[in-house]
Design a protein around this ligand. Structure first.
Ligand SMILES: Nc1ncnc2c1ncn2[C@@H]1O[C@H](COP(=O)(O)OP(=O)(O)OP(=O)(O)O)[C@@H](O)[C@H]1O
Length: 241
């Protein structure tokens, strides 16, 4: 199989405080694919995601993002190319438009209104939403606005941290469909942390299983059911019970 990496880790370790939370991680996220990142709470998934766009730096090892060492990227450019959305979908008080333009306003840049309209429609919201107060949005709408904010940057890589965990079933399905649509339309590489293994199998092409700071397995999503690794089997059984 052709192996083209969007992000590649080589022997990456990291301490937070006294604790080693990532231990010798070597693996890659295939370009143009959806990879899910699964594992028990505290396994190091969020920490690893933050290494991908330079929010955190490893103690040892090498991380290549789009072929370039993470340390060599200009930080703002890296966060534009590898953009992140979080479970909490943080918003400033103000309109949806103000929330969309915030990353640009912080840099003194402007955003084309037409582009903003296109992006808000792309995530399935009417352009009237631009003038809505962000406090009036439902959880699902907030998450869509949060995704729209990342899309404005036209990222090659989307880093998603539990973006559907706080949503009801209908909103979760809508957001899943939205991510699938983004992937299909733009060929975006997607790295998606999820606690939901059914979701991981449904939406992901590739998967990483992390346990206690280690990358235990990586491969096609079917490995979640086919793994012969005892720790992976135990994790999968535990999650499904
Ligand atoms: N800011 C921090 N300072 C010190 N330790 C931290 C910090 N954030 C996380 N940790 C520790 O790092 C380890 C990995 O946490 P991380 O959030 O990356 O795991 P996770 O797999 O994403 O967990 P969850 O599924 O619960 O979000 C945990 O032991 C956690 O306590």
């Amino acid at each position: 199989m052709e192996r083209e990496a969007a992000i590649e880790f080589t022997d990456v370790s990291m301490k937070r405080g006294e604790q080693e939370v990532l231990k010798g991680i070597t693996g890659y996220f295939p370009k143009g694919k959806i990879t899910t990142l699964v594992g028990p709470s505290g396994a190091g998934k969020s920490t690893l995601l933050k290494l991908c766009n330079g929010l955190l730096s490893p103690n040892t090892g090498e991380i290549l993002v789009l072929g370039k060492n993470v340390e060599e990227w200009e930080p703002v450019e890296l966060r534009t190319r590898a953009s992140m959305a979080l479970q909490s979908a943080p918003m400033i008080s103000g309109t949806v438009e103000e929330n969309l333009t915030l990353p640009y306003a912080l840099q003194g840049a402007e955003v084309d209104v037409e582009k903003m309209r296109k992006v808000i429609q792309e995530v399935g919201l009417d352009s009237d939403y631009l003038q809505r107060d962000s406090r009036d949005l439902s959880g699902g709408q907030r998450q869509k606005v949060s995704i729209a904010r990342t899309l404005l940057m036209e990222p090659e890589i989307l880093l998603l941290d539990e973006i559907t965990s706080a949503l009801d079933r209908v909103s979760r399905q809508e957001v899943e469909e939205l991510i699938a649509h983004i992937h299909k339309t733009f060929g975006t590489t997607i790295i998606w942390i999820t606690h939901n293994l059914e979701q991981a199998e449904r939406i992901g092409h590739y998967t990483w299983v992390m346990i206690d700071g280690q990358l235990i397995e990586q491969g096609e999503s079917s490995l979640l059911n086919e793994s012969t690794d005892a720790a992976v089997q135990q994790f999968v059984r535990g999650t499904n019970s």
